[in-house]
Design a protein around this ligand. Structure first.
Ligand code: ADP
Ligand code: MG
Ligand code: MG
Length: 883
């Protein structure tokens, strides 16, 4: 079998598309060599050797040694140097390279092949003794660190001691003798630590380094990284052995890194850094301040150190040319490593460069504009989830951060405001024109209005799926949750961190992307929706099949969603309208009434308000579909809690406080999520559903008249388990429609459908579809009811489940394809069997999660619906799913 692939001098046995076999680095070195770019010759030991090594008790394949020798001969023929030769030695680097770039793997060893004999040969052939010993001491230090696994600190101490003795400030101040002295002391150190001398045999050195690369595939760091990034163990790593080129051969030599475009802004400019008379990792290690590559960047940074463009104009010109060549060859922004040896440019690595979301967007759009990639490819180049970074104000990366506490990054974006400790305060102060941050131990459904009024939310308790986190994400507001280092006393209105205390009106900034709480006002950058963002979104819209709607009930959210491109409302949760300050009293009267007459009286007060809500939503949506869900949550969520609240309701109803208290306790439930909610309310108290249906129909008629385009509301019945439930509620809705039509004399069109959020409904979808004209998968509840996991109580164990691999991801964030997904597929299939044209959508949190959106495309849903701020993410994800 072939275990080794050579490259160099305009030819290579490998190619870029052989990444699985050669690893990323090896495949691209081969490709660059084939392109005729100046790549030091070398060879790649394949990932199959790594697999063989682990499958066979850490033994190499029998043919490997001979193939490595042959490859070394090949490199010798191309370089005119021989590995281990006493006169004209070849030195090599040994570099690991997995398929996916993987921190945690063995570090590179440079200058391998040096020993007490070859160092003298290098000294005389280069005419530079200092360089030879500088390379030797670097080699021993690296080899001792990464192959022999000795403490590198000890070596640094020796080096510093020699510098002191010599009165040297910089590494470069040490002369050849001083460096030779460092080498001697290093060798002593190794001998003492190891009980045997530093290996002098180059072959032993080489196999030591190759073995270290393969061993590092299974080290702790690499294992952890693989687990976190879902990289299978079976992939293995490759090893690259490559002739050394030297950036530390004096002032005409250098080493550096460059991006073909600016990785933080995406601007089309060569961007990078280099160091004169330096080797490999010196640039990243920061031992000296690197210099800019271009003159423009130098000026921009106000640096006094000359750019590569001025110090080595010819090398610079060749680098620019090479960068362009590589970028058009790979059709993507590249991250390059290069070294200059006595004025000659050598390329040591190329790969697709990491970039910020902003840069990804700009680069994708510009590459398409330049004709390097198609518009569809550009759509595929931007990570949908990364758009989140672009859609919220963020903290200016240039400013210093005074972080006073950290918590979970529960909802992205940053916000500044005055601290408030209650939702009432939040509403009041924001009504007076102040920006506020709502700070609470935790939030509950009653805080919705306060959360709306606030710029951002900070809680000291609760996880990523806590009420605060879920609602904030839905609203697109920054939120830091579970900041346990903070103590909040809501009564005393104090926020304490360590010895520092803050109170109402003090200004803080929260960074919901980083989970940080910062003192004072920090400078922000506003998101930009036009420009490249708009262009890419336009391309995405051309590609996608599924529609994207939004979950919204307030006019503000509906407008935001339309700005972000929503094509209708997929879920309007009417109960959110009931929490509004002006209405909660009437809602409470309705719930606490002890007979139908009492309920109807209270509902009559609510009717005009609901109607007005819907008129506004219909107008904003201008003829786009709007799905309205009838009242869903358990009634007790609306109950008055404090004495003052109870007295207020009692006074308004003319009932006794005692009686109300008793009625409230009657409504208590042990498990409200599975209790008296959803269509069960509509069946027990049909007058509630009737009021809502009337409000919807009257609003549709009114909005239709106003805007001139007819409105066809979609009325959605929640928490249906049986067809009979839906039939009963639908009959009430139909009757109400007839009544409103008769009263107004205007025709009204509407459809009635249901949420599929209980496993039984998914299974009985065929018969439910006899009545339902649409299904909307309520995957939040469907996940809860399928897994039997309460979203609100999952925080204590779900993390462990994911860490142990019991679940691949948080099923409330990313749809559980195997379980919940199967129920969705079943319902889709059975629903369509009965009603071929049934409209199908999803309205859980999953509607904005790219993986779940891909699943929705696979099962053929007609639309996804998500919170307004996720609409662009869903548009892009839907497009990518359709590609
Ligand atoms: P990493 O994956 O950590 O970047 P690399 O193998 O790319 O590790 O190498 C680390 C540094 O050593 C880089 O700056 C690289 O350019 C340099 N380097 C690697 N091989 C050689 C070589 N044959 N000659 C000169 N420099 C090299
Ligand atoms: Mg590298
Ligand atoms: Mg539900």
């Amino acid at each position: 079998a072939k275990w080794v692939y050579t490259f160099g001098d305009g030819a290579a046995e490998g190619r870029a598309d052989m990444r699985n076999l050669l690893g990323g680095k090896g495949a691209n070195l081969a490709e660059m060599a084939s392109l005729g770019l100046p790549v030091p010759p070398g060879f790649t030991v394949t990932t199959e050797v790594c697999s063989h090594y682990y499958a066979n008790d850490r033994q190499y394949p029998g043919e490997l040694a001979a193939q490595v020798d042959a490859a070394l001969d090949h490199v010798a023929a191309l370089t005119g140097r021989v590995f281990g030769d006493a006169e004209n030695p070849l030195l090599v680097s040994v570099r690991s390279g997995a398929r996916a770039s993987m921190p945690g793997m063995m570090d590179t060893v440079l200058n391998l092949g040096l020993n007490d004999v070859t160092v003298e040969a290098v000294a005389s052939s280069s005419g530079n003794r200092r360089f030879a010993f500088d390379s030797y001491r670097r080699f021993i230090q690296m080899y001792a660190d990464v192959v022999l696994e000795l403490d590198h600190q000890d070596f640094e101490e020796v080096f510093e001691r020699v510098k002191e003795e010599q009165g040297a400030l910089q590494d470069t101040d040490l002369d050849a003798d001083a460096l030779a002295n460092v080498v001697e002391r290093y060798k002593d150190l190794v001998a003492r630590a190891l009980g045997k001398p530093f290996p002098q045999d180059p072959k032993e050195q080489l196999w030591g380094a190759i073995g270290a690369v393969f061993s590092s595939w299974m080290n702790q760091r690499a294992n952890t990284y693989r687990r976190l990034h879902n990289i299978p163990e079976s992939w293995g790593t490759a090893v690259n052995v490559q002739a050394m080129v030297f950036g530390n051969l004096g002032d005409t030599s250098a080493t550096g890194v460059a991006f073909t475009r600016n990785p933080s802004t995406g601007a089309k400019e060569l961007y990078g850094e280099f160091l004169v008379n330096a080797q490999g990792e010196d640039v990243v290690a920061g031992i000296r301040t690197p210099q800019d590559i271009t003159e423009a960047a130098r000026k921009n940074a106000g640096s006094s150190k000359p750019s590569l463009e001025t110090v080595m104009p010819e090398v610079f010109a060749e680098l620019v040319q090479t960068a362009n060549r590589l970028e058009s060859h790979y059709r993507d922004m590249q991250d390059l490593e290069f070294t200059v040896e006595r004025g000659k440019l050598w390329m040591l690595q190329t790969r697709s460069g990491k970039r910020t979301a902003k840069a990804a967007l700009r680069i994708a759009v510009e590459l398409a504009g330049e004709g390097l990639i198609t518009e569809e490819e550009a759509v595929g180049r931007v990570e949908p989830a990364a758009l989140d970074q672009l859609l919220h104000p963020t903290i200016d990366p240039k400013v210093a951060r005074d972080v006073i506490a950290t918590g979970l990054p529960a909802s992205p974006g940053a916000a500044v405001g005055e601290i408030v400790f209650s939702s009432e305060e939040a509403e009041k102060r924001s009504g007076e024109g102040h920006k506020v941050i709502l700070v609470r131990v935790e939030t509950s459904p009653e805080d919705i209005h306060g959360m709306h009024a606030a710029q951002g939310i900070l809680t000291t308790r609760g996880g990523m799926t806590s009420h605060a986190a879920v609602v904030a994400r839905g609203m697109g507001k920054p939120c830091v949750s579970g900041a346990g280092g903070i103590r909040v006393d809501e009564k005393a209105r104090t926020l304490t961190v360590g010895s520092e205390s803050f109170t109402t009106g003090d200004i803080i900034t929260i960074d919901g992307s980083a989970g940080q709480v910062l003192k004072g006002e920090v400078k922000m950058i506003e998101p930009e929706l036009a420009g490249e963002f708009g262009t890419l979104m336009g391309w995405a819209d051309k590609v996608r099949r599924m529609k994207v709607r939004t979950n919204a009930e307030t006019p503000a959210d509906a407008r935001t969603a339309r700005r972000y491109g929503a094509e209708g409302i997929g879920l309007c949760r009417t109960e959110h309208m009931f929490f509004d300050a002006g209405r909660i009293l009437a809602v409470r009267e309705m719930i606490l009434a002890d007979d139908e007459a009492g309920r109807r009286a209270a509902l009559a007060k609510l009717l005009p308000m609901q109607r007005q809500d819907f008129v506004e939503l219909f107008e904003i949506m201008g003829g786009l579909p709007v799905t309205i869900r009838l009242l869903d949550p358990p009634l007790h969520e609306f109950l008055p809690k404090t004495d003052a609240e109870i007295s207020e309701v009692a006074a308004s109803m003319g009932a006794s406080v005692e009686k109300l208290r008793q009625r409230a306790s009657e409504l208590h439930e042990f498990n409200p999520m599975l209790g008296f909610r959803g269509c069960r309310l509509a069946i027990a108290y049909p007058e509630i559903a009737e009021m809502q249906a009337r409000a919807i129909f009257e609003a549709a008629a009114e909005a239709g008249k106003k805007t001139g385009s007819p409105v066809t509301p979609e009325i959605m019945v929640p928490l249906v388990a049986t067809k009979a439930e839906l039939d009963i509620v639908k009959a009430r809705i139909d009757a109400m429609a007839e009544a409103v039509i008769a009263e107004g004399g205007v025709p009204i069109t509407y459809v009635v459908g249901t949420m599929i959020e209980l496993p039984r409904a998914a299974l009985r979808a065929a018969e439910i579809a006899e009545t339902a004209e649409f299904f909307s998968f309520g995957t939040n509840d469907l996940t809860q009811t399928t897994l039997g996991i309460s979203r609100d109580d999952a925080a204590s164990f779900l993390g462990t489940y994911v860490a142990k691999g019991i679940l691949p991801a948080d099923p409330f964030a990313s749809l559980d394809r195997d379980g919940v997904g199967e129920l969705v597929s079943i319902a889709v299939e059975r629903g369509r069997t009965t009603r071929q044209s049934i409209k199908l959508g999803i309205c859980g949190e999953h509607g904005g999660d790219p993986d779940s959106v891909a699943f929705c495309e696979e099962v053929g849903l007609d639309y996804v619906s998500c919170s307004p701020f996720r609409v662009p993410i869903a548009r892009l994800a839907a497009a990518q799913a359709a590609l």
